[in-house]
Design a protein around this ligand. Structure first.
Ligand code: ADP
Ligand code: GLC
Length: 490
């Protein structure tokens, strides 16, 4: 007999394409859509940020969830829920309408009520289940923003039999963001009576960490690649959570992210000018020529184009680019297209680099989905020298687009790219080990050298294009975990 479909509630701060700053959005959307397509009952809740583009959204207020009130400690918050479906997508998701909290210019803020914005999201997702009479088998939390769900289900909502069999899963996409607040926010959590359940050393130091609380109480912990699951047990990458994670090692598993090949496929991508495939690569060159012209870069048939699409943060290893690329641009012929935004020190660097090498470097500062796809399709080489990388999606997009990734041997980069060996013809990219200029310089030079040998190059890109990181594979690993958890309680 086929197993019964799972009931899953997923609460998230990001969801592609409605609210995205990085890969978290791609993963929550693609995973939910995949689980829905597999016949599971998935209820997703996302804040109705005022920045959400509603053009392609069919939105309906959910009648029985209008003008509700929730008390978050001393705050009375009014809220409503809309259901929304994106053009071309099957899954309806739920948007949490609360202008007083989500009517802000960006998804995240540095406001004094940031903790309330996401505590409230977490509790509203739980209360949405109550209003719907939906008893989730699994409540799936993502990053610090919704990591408080497990403690809530064990305290404030423990009375409700609806959740008697609910298991909580916390997926850590990035341990670098933990949601650490002053312990005074305890009052706003509504859990003052349960202060003893929070990490006591933290409380003594006057702080309260949402992610740590999730790590303490979630039934299962996942992170987004097997290598990162090992790395965060060590002080270098655990960012203070390593000891706690070691204690919960049996409950922690690394599941590599999948790729939504419906969105990221050079044969069908509607955001690129020319389609192509592993057997018909001509379109790739046309994309490169068109992009370089568009960006004001001097095109030559045999000039390698390096691409980068990234949040400009410490994690992404921009220091290596700073140390290596300016000198290399003086020595070797190549061009570079960079799309990103973030910390001003990095934005200034790329602006400077563009000024130093006109016609060879283009820096597009900002967020631009179309350009992100186009760079993947046009570049010969994709640069991702991350200091740490829980999973990383761009290197997997690169593989599918026939763009050779240069990655550091860390996290999901290590799990998804294999060093190309010219002698055996095996491998999909260039992988370097140590986070230093020497390692990165070796990697870029190796890629540029290999580019000269077009036979080996084509072999490498075809190896990459044949890799399968689909959600069909990766989603099945989540389902297996969810099943194991629900069986454990039967
Ligand atoms: P992270 O989540 O750490 O930012 P990932 O590689 O997992 O890294 O995911 C990044 C996602 O965000 C990819 O889909 C990438 O294309 C997208 N992205 C990053 N920066 C930009 C940008 N400036 N414009 C458009 N898309 C971007
Ligand atoms: C985080 C990580 C990235 C990962 C993404 C989705 O933002 O930095 O490596 O791919 O989440 O899980």
């Amino acid at each position: 007999m086929a197993e019964t479909p799972l009931k899953i509630c997923l609460a998230t701060s990001e969801y592609t394409p409605l609210a995205k700053t990085g890969g978290l959005a791609d993963v929550t959307a693609a995973l939910s859509e995949h689980l829905d397509a597999q016949g599971h009952d998935v209820r997703v809740m996302l804040p109705f940020y005022s920045s959400i583009d509603t053009t392609d959204l069919e939105i309906h207020p959910v009648e029985f969830m209008q003008d509700l009130t929730m008390e978050c400690g001393p705050h009375k918050i009014r809220w409503s829920v809309d259901s929304a479906r994106l053009k071309g997508k099957a899954l309806r998701i739920y948007l949490l309408r609360c202008p007083s909290l989500y009517d802000r210019p960006g998804i995240y803020t540095s406001g004094a009520d940031e903790h309330i914005r996401f505590l409230f999201l977490t509790r509203a997702a739980i209360e949405m289940c109550q209003h719907m009479g939906f008893a989730p088998d699994v409540f799936h939390c993502h990053d610090w923003h919704t990591a408080m769900a497990p403690i809530y289900l064990k305290t404030l909502y423990a009375w409700d039999k609806l959740f008697a069999n609910t298991k909580t899963v916390l997926t850590i996409h990035n341990i670098g963001y933990q949601g650490i607040f002053n312990a005074e926010v305890l009052a706003d959590t509504g859990l003052s009576a349960n202060a003893d359940l929070f990490h006591q050393e933290d409380m003594a130091l006057g702080r309260l960490s949402f992610l740590k609380t999730g790590v303490l109480y979630a039934d299962a912990l996942t992170t987004v690649s097997p290598t990162y699951a090992r790395e965060i047990l060590e002080p270098e990458m655990g960012m203070g959570l390593q000891d706690l994670l070691r204690q919960r090692k049996e409950s922690l598993v690394g599941i590599l992210n999948g790729v939504d090949y419906g969105e990221w496929n050079p044969e069908t991508d509607t955001l690129i000018p020319h389609h192509y495939s592993a057997s018909k690569l001509a379109g790739k060159k046309k994309n490169k020529k068109a992009l370089m012209e568009e960006l004001g870069l001097a095109y030559a048939d045999d000039l390698p184009l390096l691409g980068m699409v990234t949040r400009l943060t410490y994690q992404k290893g921009i220091e290596l680019v700073q140390k290596v690329v300016p000198e290399l641009l003086q020595k070797r012929p190549f061009a570079m297209a960079v799309l990103g935004s973030g910390e001003s020190r990095y934005e200034h660097f790329f602006t400077w680099l563009q000024g130093q090498f006109p016609g060879r470097v283009c820096f597009y500062r900002g967020y631009n989905n179309r350009l992100a796809h186009w760079i993947e399709a046009a570049a010969d080489i994709f640069v991702m020298p991350s200091r740490f990388e829980p999973c990383g999606l761009n290197q997997m997009y690169s593989l599918r687009y026939g763009t050779v990734p240069i990655v550091r041997n860390t996290g999901g980069l290590a799990d998804s790219v294999q060093l190309f060996e010219p002698s055996s013809g095996k491998g999909t990219g260039i992988v370097f080990n140590n986070f230093n200029a020497q390692g990165f310089s070796w990697a870029v030079n190796t890629a540029l050298d290999l580019y000269q040998d077009q036979k080996a190059w084509k072999k490498m890109i075809r190896n990459g294009m044949a890799m399968d990181y689909s959600w069909e594979r990766q989603g099945a690993v989540y389902v297996e975990l969810f099943r194991r958890l629900t069986r454990a309680q039967a």
